[in-house]
Ligand binder design. Structure first.
Ligand SMILES: [Fe+2]
Length: 349
C-alpha cells in the first residue's frame, strides 16, 4: 500500500452486488475509502454531493444504462476526479471504445474478471497521471524523470517484470547516442524522458495478455499493438513540457523506409530523436528476454542492426550506434540480465 492510498476516496459502481461487495472489501484492505453504488441512479445521486478522488464504473449497468453517463457526470461535476471504466465478462475488447472512453475523460479501461490488486495499482497509477496533468507549473528535468519512471514502474514493469530496467537502459543509451549525433541538451533531455516512457501505452494491452503472450500475435492482436505509441503519447500528453516528449513516444515504431507504424512516416519525416529512440529501443529489446523471444547474442544483434541500416534505421544514426556497440556492446548485452537479477528474476540466456 502506498502513502497516497490513505484517505483516497473511491466510488465503485457495479450492478453485480456480490462483485461490488467483494471488490469494495478488497480495495478497503488496500487502504482506499470505498463508497458502493449498485445502480447508475445511485451513482449519479452520490456524484451530485460528493467529490470522490476516483470513480470506478462498470460500463454496462443493469437496465441498459451505460456507465458513460456516470463518466460524463463525474467529468462535469468534478473535473479533478479520476474515472476508470470496466467492461463485462467475455465482452470483446475494443481499442476504439477504449480510446473513446479516454477522450471522454476516463483515465483507464479494464476488463472483467478484475483482479483487486491490479485494480488498486491502476487507481494509484491513474491518480499519479492526474496529478501530472494538473501540475501546469514548471517541473525540473529530474522531477519529470522521477514522475515518468514511477509511472512506468507501476504499470508496464509491474505487469511484465521481465521488462525491468528497459526504459532506464534505453534512456542511458539514447543520451550517449544523442551526444554522438550532436543533439543539444534540452532536446537530449526530452529524448531521455521519451525513452523512459516510450512503451507506456502498452498498459492498454494488458487485458489482452499481449505483454506476456508466448508465440506470435494474431492479425487483430498485432493491429491493437500498433496503437500503443499513440495511446502512450495521449496518456502523457497533458503537461506542456511533455509536448515533444509525446511526439517522440508516438514515433518510436516509425521506420526510416516507411515500413513502421502507426503513420508510416519515412526518412526525415521522423524527428532525429525519434530515429535515435527507434534504433536504441530495438537493440535493448533484442538484448532482453521477452515472453515471445530469447536473448540474442551480440554478433547476431550487430549483424541484424547493420542489415537494417538504411531500411528500418537512419543509416547515419545506425552507424554511430554500431560504433557505440563496438565500445560498450558486451556490457550493454549483459545489462538486462543484471537488472533482472536486481529484482530477483533470473533470465535464461
Ligand atoms: Fe514500443
Amino acid at each position: 500500500m502506498g502513502a497516497m492510498d490513505a484517505g483516497t476516496s473511491v466510488l465503485l459502481v457495479d450492478d453485480d452486488e456480490g462483485l461490488l461487495e467483494l471488490l469494495g472489501a478488497a480495495l478497503e484492505r488496500q487502504g482506499f475509502h470505498l463508497t458502493l453504488a449498485a445502480t447508475q441512479a445511485q451513482a449519479l445521486r452520490l456524484l451530485e454531493t460528493i467529490a470522490f478522488d476516483a470513480v470506478v464504473c462498470d460500463v454496462c449497468l443493469d437496465g441498459g444504462a451505460d456507465g458513460a453517463d456516470v463518466l460524463e457526470a463525474a467529468r462535469r461535476l468534478h473535473p479533478q476526479t479520476v474515472v476508470l471504466l470496466i467492461t463485462g465478462y467475455r465482452q470483446a475488447w475494443d481499442v476504439n471504445r477504449a480510446v473513446a472512453a479516454l477522450k471522454g475523460g476516463a483515465l483507464d479501461y479494464l476488463q472483467k474478471p478484475i483482479d483487486p490488486e491490479t485494480l488498486g495499482a491502476t487507481i494509484r497509477g491513474a491518480l499519479r497521471e492526474a496529478r501530472l496533468h494538473a501540475r501546469d507549473g514548471h517541473l525540473e528535468f529530474m522531477e519529470l524523470v522521477d514522475i515518468l519512471s514511477e509511472m512506468v514502474a507501476n504499470s508496464i514493469e509491474r505487469v511484465d517484470p521481465y521488462t525491468a530496467g528497459h526504459g532506464e537502459r534505453t534512456r542511458k543509451y539514447c543520451r550517449i547516442l544523442a551526444e554522438r549525433c550532436g543533439l543539444e541538451t534540452t532536446v537530449t533531455e526530452r529524448l531521455e524522458l521519451a525513452a523512459i516512457a516510450h512503451d507506456y501505452g502498452k498498459i492498454y494491452l494488458d487485458d489482452l495478455g499481449f505483454l506476456t503472450k508466448k508465440g506470435p500475435l494474431t492479425a487483430d492482436e498485432y493491429r491493437a499493438v500498433q496503437e500503443h505509441p499513440s495511446l502512450g503519447a495521449s496518456k502523457l500528453g497533458g503537461h506542456s513540457q511533455l509536448k515533444e516528449v509525446c511526439h517522440y513516444v508516438a514515433e518510436h515504431h516509425e521506420r526510416w523506409d516507411g515500413s513502421g507504424y502507426p503513420h508510416r512516416l519515412a526518412g526525415e519525416q521522423i524527428s532525429l530523436p525519434g530515429r535515435i529512440l527507434g534504433v536504441v529501443e530495438v537493440f535493448d529489446s533484442l538484448a532482453t528476454r521477452r515472453s515471445y523471444k530469447d536473448v540474442w547474442k551480440l554478433p547476431k544483434t550487430t549483424e541484424f542492426l547493420g542489415a537494417q541500416r538504411g531500411k528500418a534505421f537512419d543509416p547515419e544514426v545506425c552507424n554511430l550506434f554500431l560504433d557505440l556497440l563496438g565500445e560498450h556492446g558486451q556490457e550493454w548485452m549483459r545489462a538486462p540480465q543484471e537488472d533482472l537479477r536486481a529484482v530477483g528474476l533470473e533470465c535464461r540466456a
